[in-house]
Design a protein around this ligand. Structure first.
Ligand SMILES: NC(=O)c1ccc[n+]([C@@H]2O[C@H](COP(=O)([O-])OP(=O)(O)OC[C@H]3O[C@@H](n4cnc5c(N)ncnc54)[C@H](O)[C@@H]3O)[C@@H](O)[C@H]2O)c1
Ligand SMILES: O=C(O)C(=O)C[C@]1(C(=O)O)C=C[C@@H](O)C=C1
Length: 353
């Protein structure tokens, strides 16, 4: 049984690399940082994600967190220049594997992919709690050393994530469905807003923000991700095209039954997404609270929610700078929502039922 004692080297100190560095430091491991941008290494070090790697360092585990186009080269270099186990966190797994397959050192390589991130890039977007409770795919290849797989599993658990084992090919089909096609469709919807008249855009509510958030991600990064998974993405885009034609027909002909059938499939899709911790979906409900735009009010609301002994599963803040009051959405288990509402109201919060 291999034990992760460090040092852990992180190549690529952007959003993902810095977040992993912070999580490893939190667990007391020594973390070595490198990046083609010295400025990113400086920033990540300053944030407490580790220290710059030197030539004398001997990492136990190398985590490659560079953009997809560079993964293969950087993984191969790490295998050649160290004795370490090497993993990467790239969003597509077949490409990096084919870059090292057949190499004598490939037994030390185990691919992985945390299903956590953000529409932001770079070290300043990093967070040590990014992976808490999130699925993190581990995708060993047939030649992966079992000790190397165990070490990567330890990294995943140490970062607070939940390991999910898949083959590289199955992983790529899975993320085409859960990440890459959703991203493309979010971009298509968001693009319809770019030149929208101002008085139309003034009516942007939470719905359009929910549907388009990921579309703000770096186009260069997502261009590389989607291109690297073209086959699986294309198969699903073909399905979407067929369905889009059906929607156009149903709306155009006023076929309410067909339209409703399509919307019902959408409801079924949202219900198929597992709960945050990987278990079955627990019904959730949003509790809306008005929060005055004064320093400390949000902290007071959260303290009152904690005092109500209700677990907050998610929180969103809708704050229009022109308004003196922000609207905070607390997402809680449905069965606890009424208790939270009553408890907050008894503490003089204005809720929206
Ligand atoms: N953004 C997400 O939500 C997310 C989530 C899971 C996995 N990923 C994957 O993680 C990887 C990193 O993504 P990110 O969002 O952290 O990107 P990022 O742009 O924030 O960081 C990438 C870092 O890699 C550095 N870099 C680029 N080429 C390099 C090279 N050849 N050698 C060393 N450093 C190099 C860049 O300077 C940058 O600091 C990608 O492969 C991506 O597919 C991203
Ligand atoms: O939460 C987000 O912002 C993300 O887009 C994260 C997300 C995802 O689609 O779930 C994006 C790409 C990664 O490869 C993994 C995770």
């Amino acid at each position: 049984m291999s034990e992760l004692v460090g040092p852990v080297e992180i190549v690529g100190t952007g959003l993902l690399g810095t977040s992993i560095g912070l999580a490893c430091r939190r667990a007391g491991l020594e973390v070595l940082l490198s990046d083609s941008s010295p400025e990113h290494v400086r920033t990540a070090s300053g944030l407490g994600a580790g220290r710059p790697r030197t030539d004398d360092d001997r990492p136990q585990l190398v985590v490659v967190a560079v953009p997809p186009d560079h993964l293969g080269t950087v993984i191969a270099t790490a295998l050649r220049e160290t004795d370490a186990v090497v993993t990467d966190v790239g969003s597509v797994k077949s490409g990096p594997l084919s870059a090292v397959a057949g190499e004598p050192r490939a037994h030390r390589y185990v691919g992985s992919h945390p299903m956590a991130g953000s529409e932001r890039s770079g070290p300043l977007a990093g967070s040590g709690s990014l992976f808490d409770g999130r699925p993190w795919a581990i995708t060993p290849h047939t030649g992966s050393d079992p000790d190397a797989v165990e070490l990567v599993e330890e990294l995943v658990r140490l970062c607070g994530a939940v390991p999910v084992w898949l083959t590289p090919a199955e992983h790529d089909r899975a993320v085409a469905r859960t990440s890459h096609v959703p991203h493309l469709l979010a971009s298509l919807v968001a693009a319809r807003l770019a030149d929208g008249p101002e008085n139309h855009l003034a009516l942007s509510g939470q719905g359009v923000r929910d549907v388009t958030r990921v579309a703000a991600g770096d186009p260069r990064l997502y261009g590389q991700i989607v291109s690297a998974n073209a086959e699986a993405v294309l198969a699903l885009l073909g399905e979407v095209r067929t369905e889009l034609d059906r929607v156009i027909d149903a709306v155009g002909s006023g076929d309410r039954t067909a339209l409703q059938g399509m919307l019902e499939q959408g409801v079924a899709g949202t219900q198929a997404i597992p709960g945050k911790h990987g278990g079955p979906v627990r019904p959730m409900r949003s509790v809306w609270v008005s929060v005055p735009d004064h320093p400390g009010e949000l902290a007071r609301l959260l303290a009152d929610a904690v005092a109500s002994e209700v677990n907050i599963e998610d929180i969103r803040i809708d704050h229009d700078p022109g308004r003196p009051v922000g609207l905070v959405e607390l997402v809680v288990e449905e069965r606890r929502a009424e208790h939270l509402l009553t408890s907050l109201e008894s503490r003089d919060w204005v809720t929206h039922r």
